[in-house]
Design a protein around this ligand. Structure first.
Ligand code: GLN
Length: 551
């Protein structure tokens, strides 16, 4: 029997026809629109893979690993949710098949099922539902969006569709499903085809789930004839078919959805009486307007190692970094021109002159040996040539290695991640990490999530943040070796951010008298940069780049 309506409403977002059509952005946009209708919103992502979290996956395979406040390593879609919602999300909002099974199996081993036979159905979907409900309650959300990875019809996500079916049968008025489908326009025909979407809707129906809304992703806008056709064949009202043509920027998507009144339709379907009849998108529209302004261009080089994949360049690996650069450019009023440069080409000290044409250089986080000496050469070049430099995590550690070798006179200095026998281990493993690595306990064991950091008065960092203490997200096993702090400081490096106990060096910089902007952070500021709240350190970096440009 159906239970009474609860305080919480749920919107599931599933994909049809193929992946990669922007289901994550659709979910983020729906969440942002409902927030702009005055509702409290939270967003979940369910990934069908067995990995317990995204932390152990190679970024060239799976894109960026996004770290939440409480330290969970997740899919990059979680980053999109936080950026579009302009709010932090907790780790209960992310699950994978692996994490769900792990909880159920642990519970079984603890006798918590009291001797019952634990079964794939219903026990796995029940665990999924319990997590969704916990997330909604934890965030006190009026409405919760839940994106299911992959596309309908895949063996991998069938149990998640079963969770939707079960929730809907229990709470018919509180659950809605959005199918984000693709409508191809084959070159040979030149006409938009609806049949693959019809099949996707039927596949969803065969799992006992019915779409309330269909988002028609396509290269072009949906015409009336096809809207009617989809409505008729897929059991939805014509006004519940939303046109979603390709757009230049992902930030246009919410505004585009709203042209078809998507948030209004959802409020009506779910009878959300708290939903405001009008929508407040002023700040978002202002952001989009600024993002399209011409203005002076700044050229930023992002020097990393994960860019090349066959004939393609992957920028998704550093998506939070790229977005953070863009937000600060828009805030400062300049146009970003970002180049992705593979560090391998600088390994032997060649090609470095290329960097002279940039207004700023950024080395993002990373692991392992590939391209390391190339990055160190790049850092030496930008330090000597006074090109603004921003180093994130590995980018800060390698900046310290470069400074140790070339300024502090510590020949052969290195991080023990690469050279455990280095004469000068200026970057060394965090003490609590040694045992974990010895036991091959790699998953979810780095120093992860938000930690506080105290800023040195008068430093570039402190000036940028305009605060005495801050909190930022981490993901690392190595750190500045405390035994070398004095020597590095004596040579001129300033540690302008430290853990409150003074032991961990979280920010390193050169004073303005030495260099216009040469700063690295042990944390990942990019995870906190948002369209409506650009990050203070990225702002400072971009301002320094603009200054270089105007000289
Ligand atoms: N590999 C380095 C460490 O583990 C840096 C990690 C990173 O850049 N996220 O400490």
């Amino acid at each position: 029997m159906a239970r009474a309506s609860t305080a919480h409403k749920y919107i599931f977002i599933v994909g049809g026809v193929m992946s990669g059509v922007g289901k994550g952005i659709a979910s983020s946009s729906i969440a942002a629109l409902l927030k702009a209708r005055g509702l409290k919103v939270t967003s979940l992502k369910i990934d069908p893979y067995i990995n317990v979290d995204a932390g152990t996956m190679n970024p060239t395979v799976h894109g960026e690993v996004f770290v939440l406040e409480d330290g969970l390593e997740t899919d990059q879609d979680m980053g999109n949710y936080e950026r579009f919602l302009n709010q932090s999300i907790s780790s209960i909002n992310y699950m994978t098949t692996g994490s769900v099974y792990l909880s159920v199996i642990k519970r079984e081993r603890n006798l918590e099922y009291e001797g019952k036979c634990v079964e794939v159905v219903p026990d796995i979907p029940l665990e999924v539902i319990s997590r969704i409900e916990k997330a909604a309650e934890g965030a006190d959300a009026d409405v919760t969006t839940i994106e299911i990875g992959g596309t309908v019809g895949e063996y991998q996500n069938i149990l998640f569709l079963e969770a939707i079916r079960m929730m809907k049968s229990q709470h018919p008025d509180d659950v809605a499903t959005v199918l984000v489908s693709y409508l191809p326009v084959p070159n040979s025909i030149g006409e938009m085809k609806t049949k693959p979407t019809q099949y996707a809707a039927r596949t969803l129906n065969s799992a006992g789930v019915f779409a309330d809304i269909i988002i028609a992703r396509a290269p072009i806008a949906l015409d009336e004839k096809r809207r009617q056709k989809i409505a008729l064949f897929c059991n939805v009202k014509p006004e519940h078919v939303i046109s979603a043509p390709d757009v230049k920027s992902i930030y246009d998507v919410p505004l585009n959805f709203e042209k078809d009144n998507l948030s209004g339709q959802l409020c009506e379907i779910l009878k959300m009486n708290k939903c405001s009849p009008t929508i407040d998108l002023k700040d978002w529209e202002e952001f989009v307007r600024r993002s399209k302004n011409g203005g002076k261009e700044v050229k930023i080089a992002v020097v990393g190692k994960y860019f090349d994949s066959g004939d393609f360049v992957l920028s998704d690996v550093y998506i939070s970094v790229l977005e953070a650069i863009k937000y600060s450019c828009y805030a400062v009023g300049v146009k970003p021109n970002i180049d992705y440069i593979s560090s391998q080409q600088f390994e032997k000290g060649e090609n470095l002159e290329k960097l002279a044409g940039y207004d700023g250089v950024l080395v993002p986080g990373g692991f392992g040996e590939t391209g390391i000496e190339g990055k160190i050469n790049v850092i030496k070049y930008v330090r000597e040539n006074k090109i603004p430099y921003f180093g994130l995590c590995y980018g800060m550690q390698l900046m310290t290695v470069e400074f140790a070798r070339n300024v502090a006179g510590l020949a052969g200095a290195h991080t023990t991640e690469i050279d455990p026998k280095t004469a000068h281990p200026v970057i060394a493993i965090l003490p609590e990490q040694i045992e974990k690595l010895a036991k091959k306990d790699y998953g979810g064991t780095m120093r992860l999530g938000a930690y506080p950091c105290e800023l040195t008065p008068g430093s570039i960092a402190q000036e940028a943040y305009q605060a005495k203490s801050i909190s930022e997200r981490h993901r690392h096993r190595y750190e500045i070796n405390p035994d070398y702090i004095k020597q590095l400081e004596n040579a001129g490096l300033v540690f302008s951010g430290k853990s409150p106990d003074g032991i961990l060096m979280e920010i390193a910089e050169l004073p303005k008298s030495e260099h216009p902007f040469f700063l690295g952070t042990q944390f990942h500021p990019e995870f906190r940069a948002r369209p409506l709240a650009p990050h203070p350190l990225f702002n400072a970096f971009i301002k320094a780049a603009v200054e270089r440009k105007s000289k």
